[in-house]
Design a protein. Structure first.
Length: 246
């Protein structure tokens, strides 16, 4: 009897050893695949073992999945590259309302590449000559802090009088704007400037004074005659600008 019990114990021990060895011998390959939500793959060989965290497919379909994922990734990279190229330039994505001594009411818009902008400007002055104003310029944005930027600019403006026979005049401004980012959609800029101009086709002092007041009530602090009917001026100006972003 004792001999039978010993044999039974030996058999149980051998069975337990074989079971443990078989469990240790199982090799499981786990991998994580990220697949687009709108992508459907057909798998004809699919084995789901007892472990709910694993899945087994044939090597052919595994290779097919990898190839499809590579194609998806390449297309996504191409789309991202195209999006970056499209946003390299921005066209008229913001508009500015300008109030200054030399442009009483003005509107500006911009063509921008990175931090450099081409300025397109129009406006008018409310005075005796009632000139319409058109201009073009260039501006650079330099970040000073999270909310503050320095925005130097050069703008050329032409004045077309509508109520008098004064000649068309030109002023060229170098501005030193300090821009405060009120929020993501609104910017406020205060910009002192220095201007220079060549007042041409001026016959006498009275006409010269009229062209000065047609542009600004701030008289130039320097003026010199360059010819019989032409004068070169240097003066100052100041503007406040409200910018709205799309």
């Amino acid at each position: 009897m004792r001999k039978h019990i010993q044999q039974l114990i030996i058999l149980l021990f051998l069975g337990l050893s074989i079971t443990i060895s078989a469990q240790k011998g199982r090799v499981q390959l786990k991998d994580t695949l990220t697949i687009a939500n709108d992508t459907v793959f057909q798998v004809d060989t699919l084995l789901i073992p007892n472990d709910s965290n694993s899945i087994t497919i044939s090597k052919a379909h595994y290779d097919s999945l990898l190839n499809d994922l590579k194609n998806i990734n390449q297309k996504e990279n191409q789309r991202n590259s195209q999006d970056v190229a499209k946003t390299d330039f921005t066209f008229f994505d913001k508009i500015s309302f300008l109030f200054s001594d030399y442009q009483n009411i003005g509107i500006q818009s911009y063509i921008t590449k990175k931090s450099t902008s081409l300025i397109i400007s129009g406006g008018l002055n409310i005075n005796k000559a009632f000139p319409l104003i058109g201009g073009i310029g260039i501006k650079q944005e330099i970040g000073l802090s999270e909310k503050l930027k320095l925005c130097p600019e050069i703008v050329a403006l032409w004045y077309f009088p509508t109520n008098t026979t004064l000649p068309i005049q030109n002023n060229n401004h170098i501005g030193f704007g300090f821009t405060y980012l009120y929020n993501k959609k609104i910017e406020i800029t205060i910009s002192p400037s220095i201007y220079c101009s060549w007042r041409k086709n001026i016959d006498n002092n009275a006409m010269y004074n009229e062209t000065i007041h047609m542009i600004s009530n701030l008289k130039p602090f320097y003026a010199i005659e360059t010819s019989a009917n032409s004068t070169f001026d240097i003066g100052i100006g100041c503007s406040i600008i409200f910018t709205l972003k799309r």
